[in-house]
Design a protein around this ligand. Structure first.
Ligand code: FAD
Length: 518
């Protein structure tokens, strides 16, 4: 496993050093004795990490891995490529949690963004710095390499926190802003890309540019959801708000899809809750430690009887000061929204434990050897008008009937109002104030081959296509240019124009396969 890539690496090293003279300007060596001029790593561990990701479905060997000690190291690298007569590919790698090689750079250089973090004492542009005040608003200037878990911990020290999240926090700021960054808070605050005030970006020409809504706004909007195509984010100014310290957390079980979605839509249409999601419970779903063992047995026998159940998940933030009145407040909200299901379960948790909830699952799966497995995920945005057809055709007739894996499978509506149409990210074009997100988060493993799940994913896409559903993939993966053009729809011409402007030599993030597709 180790020896073959290492030998390929040596061969590539010899070929590329002779064929790409500018790359030799970055002196090659391996850690730990790195200096600013001496930070391109080609050892086995660097190469192995940079040529794999969370999905474990793609492997692309780079020429080497830049471990920058400062933002200027990255500027120099991109400049080297841009001014070369034979430019080489460059890909920022955040935490490598893509599933289809999106952060890889075949024969090029992968920039290991986490290296900036290791050195952020000497770095004025990276790290996490909290500023602002209650009248003008709070924000944090955060390095693109920072993990959201670290942003949470650093901001909580000031009694503050970002308002928009992903379900899992071991993702980088640069990585999620290149997609959208969504979770149950998105309906109330917009996705993470809508909660950025300013960014520093290294374009594909090697220029370090500060951009915002009012300054270099074309770059600003292109980068948000731009799949790494226009620049490398080295700093983002993230909106913060006062952080509550506790949450009331609900899970509500339904056997009727129409009632489930109606209640979800009500909850995201009124003030009261701070987070709304939903998921499937199938016959083979594993126990959820949210529920007590007796609740769990009621739910699992109902799931066996019905074949498929829907679990609405909602959270209300609160502070210790109102601990005596929060339950009354909740009763009022539930009356207003007229929740229909009989099976309501509640838990009380700290804000930190709630936001970091997936970490416990990760640790458990790691201990069972089930985290480091292939992940043929399919994430979709589905127009609200077709969600009932999607439920029958995909969730009931394919996912539940075929029961290939246990998921998780998420489904929840998102308010459209938080999505600025100028951002690159593609969402359903339908004229409706909501759309649905569906995350089919399959893991392959010893019993299910990834190709079996991919086959199912292809049939799902085919079903949506035949039914004329106009879905969009989130965290998209396409191999053909026409598919990308269809994905971006009306946004494609601006996307292409911005590429010509900010990365004309098509150096950045080739692993997305947009401008280098078939
Ligand atoms: P990488 O995989 O390293 O990179 C992703 C892309 O962004 C690549 O094209 C890369 O070149 C580019 N990139 C990375 N850093 C930068 C930068 N600084 N500047 C410019 N481009 C850059 N997403 C959600 O929205 N909501 C969720 O709840 C959610 N949960 C997840 C849970 C798990 C367990 C996993 C594995 C993923 C989840 N995701 C979720 C998806 C995740 O947001 C994306 O995969 C994201 O890209 C991962 O961030 P990363 O830092 O690992 O990026």
């Amino acid at each position: 496993y180790f020896v073959v890539p290492f030998m390929i690496n040596i061969l590539m090293f010899m070929t590329l050093v002779s064929s790409r003279p500018l790359l030799t300007n970055i002196k090659l060596s391996s850690p730990p004795n790195r200096t600013t001029e001496n930070n391109l790593c080609t050892d086995t561990l660097c190469m192995k990490t940079a040529s794999s990701d969370y999905g474990k479905l793609t492997q692309e060997l780079p020429f080497g891995v830049l471990q920058p000690l400062s933002v200027s190291d990255i500027v120099r690298l991109v400049n080297n490529s841009y001014t070369s007569s034979s430019p080489f590919a460059i890909s920022a790698r955040g935490n490598g949690h893509s599933v289809r090689g999106q952060a890889m750079a075949k024969d090029g250089v992968v920039v290991d963004m986490s290296s900036l973090n290791k050195n952020n004492n000497n770095n004025s542009n990276t790290g996490i710095r909290v500023s602002g005040n209650s009248s003008l608003g709070f924000y944090a200037d955060v390095g693109g390499e920072q993990l959201w878990i670290d942003v949470l911990q650093a901001t909580l020290l000031h009694g503050l926190a970002p308002v928009s999240w992903t379900d899992y926090l071991y993702l980088t700021v640069g990585g999620t802003l290149s997609n959208a960054g969504i979770s149950g808070q998105t309906s109330f605050h917009g996705p993470q890309v809508s909660n950025v005030l300013e960014m520093d970006v290294i374009t594909g020409k090697g220029d370090l540019i500060t951009c915002s809504k009012d300054m270099n706004s074309d770059l600003f909007y292109a980068v948000l959801g731009g799949l790494g195509q226009f620049g490398i984010i080295t700093r983002a100014r993230i909106v913060l708000d006062k952080a509550p310290n506790r949450v009331k957390w609900f899970k509500i079980i339904y056997d009727d899809f129409a009632k489930f979605t109606k209640d979800q839509e009500r909850l995201i249409s009124v003030d009261g809750f701070d987070y709304v999601e939903g998921s499937l419970i199938l016959k083979n779903s594993p126990a959820d430690n949210f529920f007590s063992p007796s609740n769990e047995s009621v739910i699992s026998s109902l799931a066996s009887e019905k074949g498929i159940l829907y679990c609405l998940e909602a959270v209300k933030y609160y502070n210790d000061q109102i601990i005596n009145t929060i339950d009354e407040e909740l009763q009022v909200i539930f009356k207003v929204v007229n929740i229909n299901s009989g099976l309501i379960f509640t838990k009380d948790a700290t804000l930190f434990d709630f936001l970091n909830r997936v970490r416990d699952e990760e640790i458990l799966l790691q201990s069972l050897g089930l985290w480091e497995v292939p992940h043929p995920w399919l994430n979709l945005f589905v127009p609200r008008s077709r969600i009932s057809d999607f439920n029958q055709g995909v969730l009931v007739d394919i996912i539940s009937k075929e029961s290939l894996t246990t998921g998780p499978f998420l489904i929840y509506p998102i308010n459209r109002k938080g999505w600025d149409a100028r951002m690159s990210v593609a969402i359903p074009e339908e004229d409706d104030n909501m759309f649905y997100t569906v995350a089919l988060l399959n893991s392959a493993g010893p019993t299910v081959d990834p190709s079996v799940i991919d086959n199912q994913n292809n049939r799902i896409l085919e079903f949506c296509n035949k039914a004329g559903m106009n879905i969009k993939q989130y965290l998209p993966h396409y191999t053909k240019k026409e598919e990308w053009m269809k994905h971006f729809g009306a946004k494609w011409s601006v996307f292409k124009e911005m590429k010509d402007k900010f990365d004309p030599k098509m150096i950045l993030s080739p692993g997305q396969r947009i401008f280098n597709s078939d």
